[in-house]
Structures are given as C-alpha cells and as structure tokens.
Design a protein around this ligand. Structure first.
Ligand code: HEC
Length: 291
C-alpha cells in the first residue's frame, strides 16, 4: 500500500497538507503564520525531518524483509515493484502528458486522406494542452458569472474599497497616536497641565536665548504681538519644529522634542502674549493677526 505513491510525491504532499492546515488554522494576520511565529517554522522543519526519517526507516525494514525472501519471491517482488515504479516514472509521465507516439507507430495514425501524395496524420492533441483548454473553459464560465452576471468587484472597485479601508486605518491610527501632530493638525492647548509641561520644557531648553519670562535675548521677544516667522499655533509650531532662518541661532527642535512637546511649549509661548517681561527686547517682525 505504501508504494502506491512514491516517496517523492508522498512526502511533499503530506508536508504541504499539514503546513497548509496549520496556516489555515493559526490566525497570523497579514503575514504567514510561520513567519510570524518562528517556532512554527522550526516545528515544520522538524516535521519534514521526521517524515524523511520515517521514510528511511521503512525502507530499511523493507530491505531486511526482502533479504529474508526466497529467490523466487524476490524475483516476483522485484517485477511487481518495477511495474509500480513505471506508473510514476517522470519520463513516463512526461510522455503521457505530451501524448506523443513514436515514429514507428506513425502508420497507425495515418488517415485515408491523400492529397497528391501528401498524407494526413491524425495526431491527437497533447493531453496537457487539451486539459488546460478544458480548465480555461471552466474558468471562463466562473469568470463570466462573477464579473458579468453577479457584478463582482472589478479592479477599480477593489482599489477603491482598499483605499477607503486604508484611509480609515490611517485616521484610526492618528486617533491612537497623539504624537502625530504636525504643523497642519496642531491645535492650541489651553489645559493647565499641558501649559505647565510647556513651561517646564521652556525653562530647560529655551530660556537661555528667549529669557525666563519670554522677554527675549539672543532670540526675539515672545510676549509681544510681533512675529518674525509668523504667529499663531501653526506657525509657532513650525518654527520650533523646523528652526528659524539659517544662521540666526534658532535650531530645529524636532530631533530633540516630540511633536506633543513642541505643541505644549508652543502653546505655552502663546499664553505669554500680553504679559510684561522684566527686560523686554524691542519688537521684531510684523504684527500677527490670525486670518
Ligand atoms: C540658541 C538660542 C536659542 C534657543 C536655545 C532657542 N531659540 Fe528660539 N529663536 C532664537 C533666535 C535667534 C530666533 C530668531 C530666528 C530668526 O530670526 O529666524 C528665534 C526664534 C524663535 C521663534 C520665532 C519668533 C518669531 O518672532 O517668529 C520662536 C517661536 C522660538 N524661537 C521659540 C523657541 C523655543 C520654544 C525654544 C526652546 C524649545 C527656543 N526658541 C530656543 C534663538 C534661540
């Protein structure tokens, strides 16, 4: 029974069935289960080795049994074995698939047609071609039913559904990732907790150039209505994140502060507007009015 199917088919088939079943049963999201769980890949490798080992052991057993047979029995066994092997011999399979018949049999293929000495051979279509043709007819029927009768999603519709899902996913992600604020999406924070955090960040990072009360020094006064690089939370966020004009000394803070921190310190600075610093630097830039 074991020899009904040779090992070179049996092992991969068993292996693929088991691996496929595991892949189907284990929920691994978008990736393959054996990639997500490396342990599974190891287990599959062990399985493959076990299958090979079982094969070798069975072969060894068979060998021993064979040696124990009488000479006639050996011969009978060998003959039966050869017959079975032929069925799965790759060359035999190939010949069958091509459906070719040797030239010596050409006489059998000849039809009665004879056109001035040119004879017609009734060569059968090769089975591989014939069956692919049948398969394509069956496929075409399914294809037509799906797309043209039941109006299945075509490429464009599939694309649009995927884009929509992706957009929703991005929005969902942004909701759960507050650190994703940028100069476009930033809003002014007024919460005391946020402003306190902003103040603390300001004292550590900005005070040296803008003075403890925002009155200015190396950097401009941050308490007046004048802004060199634009006022309002969006511009201020952008300035802090990307830095001032080249060579002026205001660096881009985005590499050392997180977006939320920039948002907090920017909100804090804007909360200083209208306060009176001890040593105000004279106003620079334009009066900023929000449009
Ligand atoms: C090394 C000194 C220095 C430090 C530290 C510094 N700044 Fe500045 N800042 C400047 C200078 C100089 C300018 C003017 C840039 C220009 O003219 O382009 C400026 C400009 C600005 C502006 C724009 C003002 C306007 O009128 O448009 C803001 C807002 C600002 N800084 C905020 C901050 C914040 C917040 C920090 C701390 C995270 C900080 N700065 C740290 C030197 C500094």
């Amino acid at each position: 029974m074991r020899h009904a199917i040779p090992a070179w088919i049996r092992i991969p088939v068993i292996f693929l069935i088991i691996a496929g079943a595991l892949e189907f049963l284990i929920d691994s999201g978008e990736t393959y289960a054996f990639i997500k769980y490396p342990l599974l890949a190891v287990a599959l490798l062990v399985l493959l080795l076990l299958l090979l080992a079982a094969e070798f052991i069975l072969d060894a057993f068979e060998n021993i049994m064979f040696q124990a047979l009488s000479p006639e029995a050996k011969e009978r066994y060998m003959a039966a074995q050869q017959e079975r092997m032929k069925k799965y011999d790759l060359r035999e399979l190939y010949k069958k698939a091509m459906g070719t018949r040797p030239i010596s049999e050409e006489r059998d293929l000849e039809l009665d047609h004879n056109y001035d000495g040119i004879k017609e051979l009734d060569n059968k279509l090769p089975p591989w071609w014939l069956y692919s043709f049948y398969a394509s007819i069956i496929f075409a029927a399914g294809y037509m039913a799906y797309y043209h009768i039941f109006d299945g999603d075509d490429q464009l519709a599939e694309f649009e559904t995927e884009m929509l899902a992706a957009k929703l996913a991005v929005e969902e992600y942004k909701k759960n990732a507050p650190d994703l604020v940028d100069a476009e999406s930033v809003v002014l924070l007024t919460d005391a907790g946020d402003l306190d955090k902003g103040a603390a960040l300001y004292q550590t990072n900005c005070m040296a150039c803008h003075a403890a009360d925002g009155g200015g020094g190396i950097g401009p006064n941050l308490t007046d209505k004048h802004w060199i690089l634009g006022g309002g939370i969006k511009n201020v966020f952008h300035t802090i994140s990307e830095g001032g004009r080249a060579g002026k000394g205001m660096i881009a803070w985005k590499s050392s502060l997180k977006p939320t921190e920039i948002q907090q310190v920017a909100s804090y600075i804007l909360s200083l507007e209208g306060t009176t610093p001890a040593n105000p630097k004279e106003a620079e830039g334009e009066v900023w009015t929000a449009e």
